[in-house]
Design a protein around this ligand. Sequence first.
Ligand SMILES: Nc1ncnc2c1ncn2[C@@H]1O[C@H](COP(=O)(O)OP(=O)(O)OP(=O)(O)O)[C@@H](O)[C@H]1O
Length: 302
Amino acid sequence: MLEVSQLRKSYPKKQALQDVSFSLKAGTSFGFLGPNGAGKSTTMKILTGIVQADSGSVRLLGKEATKNPDAVSKYIGYVPQEITLYDKLSAYDNLEFFGEAYGVRGKMLKQRIHEVLTQTGLLDRAKEEVGTFSGGMKRRINIAALLHRPKLLILDEPTVGIDPQSRNHIFEMIRDLNREGVTIIYSTHYMEEVEALCDEVAIMDQGTIKAMGPLGELLENYGQKAIYVEIAGAHHLPEDPDVTEVRKEGSGYVLETENLHGVMQRLLRLASQHSWDVKQLEIVRPSLENVFLRVTGTALRD
Ligand SMILES: Nc1ncnc2c1ncn2[C@@H]1O[C@H](COP(=O)(O)OP(=O)(O)OP(=O)(O)O)[C@@H](O)[C@H]1O
């Protein structure tokens, strides 16, 4: 569906992209995770043709997009960070305006507007000026304005500064579109959003993709394996050669180790020998946060 190859882009004082390559199968929900300034927006703007790369190529549905953006623009829906609606127009009129701009007309346009207003939960506010809406409601309309049913939907941090209700609506809209077969590229610096929405993830930092793959694979390959153990009355734990770090957490300890089963077995053996009261013993699922830390060497700033 999409093949991005060796993108480079420099601004006068900054090399924004050093070498960005990835490819996506149709129907993927792809999360672009990275701190401010990592190069996510620049990559997305190159995909949509708003910004030109210094070198590299983008192929969408077999067509060379970098040389001929008009040939692919009808397949792409782009939701930038900034809201692009007319405050003085009603929600309905905004949708009508953008629908027509994307070439949707007549009965089909009316039907699509009704559908998306229902989907966004804003049908009863359709005739009100968008200027009176909350930031989250505007965001929902902004996404709904993509009435031309793009094959690739690119969203640049669509939930920054919005209320939880709007965020849930946006998530549902994205999931519905993805179920209908739309390929999604979703940029964010919120790990939990990627975990909730995306089946593939790229971790970007300083203009390059540091790691990429299915979410489960990244967690498996880069996540720190650990055990949580809680023993009544234990003030310290016996040393184990396979444990690389011990952290106090709540009333127990997190033990980092690559040998989960060996360490667990030894703990249980010791517990039975010394009649310790083991309250809890479990494997800790690695988090994306932890993967990010290991891949980039830093916590996700912000
Ligand atoms: N038009 C521009 N002119 C000059 N520098 C720019 C321009 N756009 C982006 N940059 C710089 O390029 C780098 C990458 O920016 P980009 O917006 O792509 O990052 P990002 O990962 O999307 O961050 P954010 O989450 O803040 O949007 C940053 O250092 C940024 O300051």
